[in-house]
Design a protein around this ligand. Sequence first.
Ligand SMILES: [Zn+2]
Ligand SMILES: [Zn+2]
Length: 241
Amino acid sequence: MIEKMKFIADMHTHTIASDHAYSTVMENVAFAKKNGLKYLAITDHGVKMPDSPHIWHFTNMKAIPREIDGVKVVKGVEANITDYDGNIDVENNNFYECIEWIVASYHHPVCMPSSKAEHTNSYIKLLDNPRVNAIGHCVTIDFDFDFDEVFSYCTKKDKLIELNNSRLNRTAEAERYKEILLSCKKHGTKIVVNSDAHFCTRIGEFEKSIKLLNEVDFPEDLIINADLIRFENYLQKHIKL
Ligand SMILES: [Zn+2]
Ligand SMILES: [Zn+2]
C-alpha cells in the first residue's frame, strides 16, 4: 500500500520566478517541511517559455543554500522540448553546469504538437541526453507517443517518467495516466511523483497520484521518491549535488 507519509521529495515546483506561479523559494520550503519532505527541487520554466525567468536565474542558483530549515534544495529547471528531435532549451555548458536536475516537458506555445511518430522519436532522443532526469507530464493528449517504445527505452537508460499530480485534476488526463502507469509497470520503468505546484500549499500534494498508483497496484520500488534510501541512491548515481 502506497501512503502519503512515504514521500520524501517533490521534484517539480515553480516559484515567482515564473510569472504564472505565486510563491517564493522560502514559502515553498516551508510547505515542503510541513508535508514531511526532505528534498525540494525548484524547477522554473526554461528560457523559451514566454514568462520564464532570465537565464541568470538559472546560472545563479548557487545563491540558494543547499539546505534550508532541514529541507535540501535541488536547483533545477523544467526545460522545454523545443522540437521533434529531443532538443531542450538548456543550450550551453555554462547553463548545464549550474543546473542539477532537469525535468523536460512539451509546452504550447514553445513547440506545437506534431505526429505520434515525431513525438516518439523526440522522446527517444531526449532520453539520450545524459543530463535529462525525467520526462515531465507526458500525459498531454496532443503530444501522443508510443508508450511501449518510449518506456522500454526509458528503463534501458534509467530515466524517470513523471506522474504529475496537477494533471490528475483533468479527467481525460487522469484516465491516460492510468494507461501510462500500466505501461511503465509492464516495462519496469521508474517514476517520480511531483506536484508541479504553482503555489506553495500544493507542495507535496500527491493524494490523487497515490490513489491512482494503488488502483493500478504500481510496484513501490519503481517510485523513486517514495523512500529516502531509494531516492538518495538515485541521486548519487545520477546527479551531482
Ligand atoms: Zn509543464
Ligand atoms: Zn511545471
